[in-house]
Write a protein that binds this ligand. Structure first.
Ligand code: KG4
Ligand code: ZN
Length: 336
């Protein structure tokens, strides 16, 4: 079963973590894809625990998925029968949470008699940014989220070469942990960013991680330890936030620029929840490299990015996925 008519309306579902995301995109005959709807139900139940509780996440997805899908269809002004394909994240992520969206997506595709595409969560993040500028490979991709900090070289569409990754925490995870330590709330990224505006970045010393490395890895454990020590010594939360954010942003940008130069890439795609960070966007804008970011509401987890991954699969003539496709907690994207 494949898609034969254009434009193709693809519904995408992401339930990999704590957001129930459903989006719809339209793929035009010229290969461009446009987001028609993007609805995300962000689960608040986890805030009291300071981190995501997997079983609670799965239950909330079960309760919400149908309603979020209805909302996405309404936003796009479509009926369910107008859909020509369905895509859902199969990994990486929390298996119980992934299964909700994956099963729902397969069921919907089966009921409608349309093709189903299993999508990779990180590829979704990358497409969220790339499609914003109708960008095609080659480019370098920095994925910075709560679960990932990865640098991929993308020499051709659909080909991913891992050139660097975090050795410990993901960037967003470090934002979340330091925000929690400083009593700034959850999720930590936006909280740190907001507090940083009121803080003095030089008040707490943060050393650049992995100084002098030849490769393009990341590490946030040193910054976390520095924050902990400063907190114990009585540092103000806003000063911690300002110092950490500046150090993390400089480190991310510097490493990415070195990698772009080594790979000979002139364009960098920056995506994932941390790509929403204002200081990171400003630093890339000032760096001279062409940096492409996701559009509004497409930085953090969402279904539209998965619909965009589905659109890319259709554009590339990929066979639809088997309905036996399972959910996977760990799924490397790099294929070279
Ligand atoms: O992509 P995402 O929604 O989920 C994962 O796939 O992990 O990313 C969530 C992460 C959280 O750690 C959150 O604190 C971070 O993105 N984040 C930010 C900002 N907005 C969200 N980090 C820094 N600055 C922000 N403005
Ligand atoms: Zn994500």
């Amino acid at each position: 079963m494949s898609v034969s008519r254009f434009p193709v309306r693809i519904l995408g579902i992401d339930t990999s973590c704590d957001d129930t995301g459903v989006g719809i995109v339209e793929l035009a005959p010229d290969g461009s894809a446009r987001v028609l709807a993007n609805r995300v139900w962000s689960q608040t139940v986890h805030a009291q625990y300071g981190g995501v509780m997997p079983e609670l996440a799965s239950r909330e997805h079960v309760e919400r998925i149908d309603r979020v899908t209805g909302d996405a269809l309404a936003e796009a002004g479509l009926e369910v029968n107008d859909l020509e394909a369905v895509a859902a994240t199969s990994g990486p992520g929390l298996v119980g949470a992934l299964l909700v969206g994956l099963m729902y997506g397969k069921g919907l595709a089966q009921a409608l008699g349309v093709p189903f595409y299993a999508a990779h969560h990180l590829e979704g993040h990358i497409f969220a940014a790339a499609s914003e500028a109708d960008l095609k490979a080659p480019y370098l991709a920095l994925v910075v989220s709560g679960g990932h900090t990865h640098l991929f070289d993308v020499p051709r569409e659909g080909e991913y070469v891992l050139v660097g990754a975090t050795r410990d925490d993901a960037a967003g995870e470090a934002f979340d942990k330091i925000a929690r330590l400083a009593g700034l709330g959850y999720p930590g990224g936006p909280a740190i960013s907001e507090a940083a505006l009121r803080g003095a970045p030089d008040a707490v010393p943060f050393k650049e991680p992995l100084q002098g490395q030849k490769g393009f890895d990341f590490s946030f454990s040193g910054l976390k330890t520095a924050a902990l020590l400063a907190h114990k010594a009585g540092a103000k939360p806003e000063d911690l936030a300002a110092g950490f954010e500046r150090a993390a942003v400089r480190f991310l940008v510097k490493t990415t620029l070195r990698a772009a130069q080594a790979c000979g890439r002139e364009t960098v795609v920056v995506s994932g929840g941390v790509a929403a960070n204002r200081a990171l966007r400003e630093a890339f804008a000032a760096s001279g490299v062409r940096a492409v970011f996701p559009g509004k509401d497409l930085n953090t987890d969402n279904g539209a990015m998965i619909a965009l991954a589905g659109a890319a699969a259709i554009r590339a003539g990929r066979e639809p996925s088997a309905l036996s496709e399972g959910a996977v907690a760990y799924a490397p994207l790099a294929n070279a």
